[in-house]
Ligand binder design. Structure first.
Ligand SMILES: Nc1nc2c(ncn2[C@@H]2O[C@H](COP(=O)(O)OP(=O)(O)OP(=O)(O)O)[C@@H](O)[C@H]2O)c(=O)[nH]1
Length: 715
């Protein structure tokens, strides 16, 4: 089980305290941001709206006063006493009556048609030529309002005022009863009423926060404003907007570097000469306009800090209270973890806490978990022991298997080495074998070919390995038989029985020469494909030796004629032919007379020579188809075949005698001898008894010899 380090993990109390403090801090900060964003924005909009309304209020008042002056001028011009008054006093009385109704009418006068002041309040300026004045020029045709301007001569004649005398004119044409132009009536309003109007409009609160009202002429000259700024020219954004006819409020910096909120509007009606177009600006320093919101912001910050501290403290106390049972539980767990249970030790329960529901549940769950853990630990110990035992067993088994494998590998290595040595031995044996060795697979393809095979057949090993054998060295007739045999062997699958044999064959070597060989065949069953192996032994010499021995066995070595054995083979064949051809044959039995004396007198070599010459003479005296052989010593046999009659045989014997009686010229002497000839005839239906036939011929020869001896004795 992992050991938890208490020093590296913060306590829940700390976490809750920090969490509450952070939450309060975040709440206060959020509140500040909201206040800054909404409250200040709202306060700015409120201030701008108020300043805008003030500018509208000033505009309305200015327009009202100018309209009132125009209305008063209109009223006077229509009064009969003004239109028809004959004396200045008569007209002056009417004018002064009007002046009393509005004290700011500083001067009211009526001119003559040519511009001289006919009558005026308090007689001021009467008789003065005003034809060059703007109000006269413009007032002749219709109602006219003139801009703010000082009139020094008039000002000097008027009573003292705190402000220098400045006037706003209103003028209009007067017609007499006949409708003729009588003159221009003009009212000069003093400027003091405007300042009073501004004081009245600005509420005490605005005055306290230094709100200022500006009335500005179109050329930028301030005609009403704070002291020091009147008669000065200004150029602000609000002024430009007001001159363009717009009205509203904005935030801007003035030339004093202070940021102001400014409301702006324009008085008068463009194109109406009876009105006056002035820009009205009402400004207030931004800091003062928003001071209320700023104060609120500070209060919220202070309140938030106090609230945060109180809540953090409260949170810490609450967290401490909340986590006390949890701490006790965690301490209990740490202590249990610190005291690692010894093998087989039982873990004690943790104390049950019932402070509140969750801790109660947690305590129970913890104890339940501990009991489960105890069970798991016990099971784990059991498993561990079992596992260790299994691992030990498996390790021993693996070691045993590894040892066996090592031995098997070593054995395999030895076997491989032995196999290689055996293969090398076999190769050496095969290459040094006396016979040629060939191995074929079931398809007749050459798989092995030793040095003797190369020498015997002429093909090199590399040329024949992988090649079909039959096409190369079997004669055509044998090739077909070989292919048939191989096919049958493959079908029957009993190669061992069929192949374990020794045969003699005639093969063709590379030069196309026939080569008699003795072949020892064997069948080698193998899992990787059966093999037919053959040892080929060259039997050329044996064949020729055998042929010569056979020849020797059937021929008489002295004369070269067929010997007795050959005669005993040839005679039955001759009898069979005679029977088959229905023609008689005969046997002549020849024996030299007194040959012994030649040997005795001249020696055996001379005797041999005589026998050779005798054989030649017999051979030369009969037909080629007749057989001449030497039975033994000086006895010869002639087999006569295809006889037409019995006399033919005697005739042949009679023809032989003269040839035999001629002298034989030997090395040391010339010898004359005679021979006795006995004749025995075999007819086609006679029994096939060669001994009997030879016996008859022998007996006939003996009789012949006896007769000859008697003749010689008589002589
Ligand atoms: N030189 C020689 N003598 C042989 C050979 N074979 C047998 N003889 C001799 O031939 C003789 C044959 O014997 P005979 O036929 O009894 O003697 P012969 O003198 O001919 O007597 P007749 O036949 O009765 O006239 C013997 O003396 C043999 O030794 C041989 O191969 N060479």
């Amino acid at each position: 089980m992992p050991q938890l380090s208490s020093s590296t993990r913060p306590r829940l109390t700390t976490l809750v305290t920090v969490g509450v403090s952070a939450t309060v801090l975040l709440t206060v900060l959020s509140l500040l941001i909201l206040v800054d964003h909404f409250a200040l924005g709202y306060a700015q909009r409120e201030a701008e709206q108020r300043l805008q309304q003030l500018s509208w209020q000033v505009r309305g008042t200015l327009n009202g006063v100018v309209r009132k002056a125009g209305s008063d001028v209109q009223l006077l011009t229509e009064l009969p006493r003004v239109r028809e008054g004959r004396t200045p006093a008569e007209v002056r009385q009417v004018l002064e009556s009007l002046q009393k109704t509005f004290p700011d009418y500083a001067w009211i006068g009526l001119t003559t048609p040519d511009g001289k002041v006919f009558a005026a309040t308090q007689g001021v300026q009467e008789g003065v030529d005003a034809s060059e004045r703007d109000w006269f020029k413009h007032g002749r045709d219709k109602l006219y309002a003139g801009d703010f301007h000082p009139i020094p001569p008039l000002g000097k004649k008027l009573p003292y005022s705190a402000d220098p005398w400045r006037f706003v004119d209103a003028a209009g044409p007067v017609q007499d009863a006949d409708g003729k132009f009588r003159g221009v009536l003009s009212v000069h309003m003093s400027w003091g009423w405007v300042r009073r109007m501004a004081q009245t409009i600005l509420a005490p609160a605005d005055q306290q926060y230094s709100a200022d009202i500006f009335v500005v002429r179109a050329d930028g000259t301030v005609i009403l404003g704070p002291r020091g700024m009147e008669e000065q020219k200004i150029d602000t954004e609000s002024l430009r907007l007001a001159n363009s006819g717009a009205s509203g409020a904005l935030k801007e910096s003035w030339t004093d570097g202070v940021s102001y909120l400014t409301g702006y509007a324009r008085s008068g009606t463009p194109g109406d000469p009876a009105t006056l177009s002035w820009a009205i600006l009402v400004r207030q320093p931004e800091a003062l306009a928003l001071s209320g919101a700023r104060a609120l912001e500070h209060q919220i910050l202070l309140l938030g800090a106090v609230l945060g501290a109180v809540m953090a403290l409260g949170g810490a106390l609450f967290a401490r209270r909340l986590t006390r049972p949890l701490n006790a539980l965690s301490r209990a767990i740490e202590e249990r973890l610190a005291a690692a249970p010894a093998d087989g030790a039982v873990l004690p329960d943790v104390r049950q806490h019932d402070s509140y529901h969750e801790v109660q549940v947690l305590s129970r769950a913890l104890n339940e978990m501990l009991r489960n853990e105890q069970g798991h630990l016990d099971a784990l110990r059991g498993l561990n022991e079992k596992l260790e035992s299994t691992v030990g067993e498996r390790t021993r088994e693996i070691a045993r298997k590894a040892l066996q494998l090592e031995r098997a590998l070593s054995q395999e290595q030895t076997t491989q080495q032995l196999l290689q040595e055996r293969a090398a031995e076999l190769r050496a044996i095969l290459d040094n074998a006396h016979d040629a060795f060939i191995a074929l697979d079931p398809g007749g393809v050459v798989r092995e070919w030793n040095l003797q095979a190369e020498q015997l057949l002429g093909w090199r090993r590399t040329e024949v390995i992988g090649q079909p054998l039959a096409a190369m060295m079997l004669p055509p007739l044998l090739r077909r038989a070989y292919e048939r045999d191989m096919r049958q062997l493959a079908e029957r699958g009993d190669g061992a029985a069929a192949m374990s044999r020794r045969v003699e064959l005639t093969l063709h070597n590379r030069a196309g020469q026939e080569l008699p060989v003795e072949v020892s065949l064997a069948y080698v069953p193998r899992s990787s494909g059966h093999l037919f192996i053959a040892f080929l032994h060259d039997i050329s010499e044996r064949k020729s030796l055998f042929a010569s021995m056979e020849a020797m066995a059937l021929n008489d070595t002295l004369t070269g004629l067929p010997n007795r054995r050959a005669l005993m083979q040839a005679l039955p064949e001759a009898l069979q032919r005679a029977n088959r051809l229905r023609q008689s044959c005969a046997v002549l039995f020849l024996d030299l007379d007194r040959f012994k004396q030649v040997n005795d007198r001249y020696g055996h070599e001379e005797g041999d020579e005589l026998l050779r010459q005798f054989a030649e003479r017999v051979r030369g005296a009969v037909r080629k188809t007749d057989t001449v052989g030497r039975l033994a010593g000086d006895e010869f046999v002639v087999i006569l075949e295809m006889l037409h009659s019995d006399a033919d045989a005697q005739e042949a014997a009679d023809k032989l005698l003269p040839a035999l009686q001629r002298p034989f010229i030997l090395k040391t002497a010339t010898v004359s001898l005679s021979a006795s000839i006995g004749v025995a005839i075999h007819h086609p239906d006679d029994p096939q008894d060669t001994e009997m036939l030879l016996g008859r011929a022998d007996r006939a020869m003996y009789r012949q010899k006896q007769q000859g001896m008697q003749l010689r004795a008589r002589r």
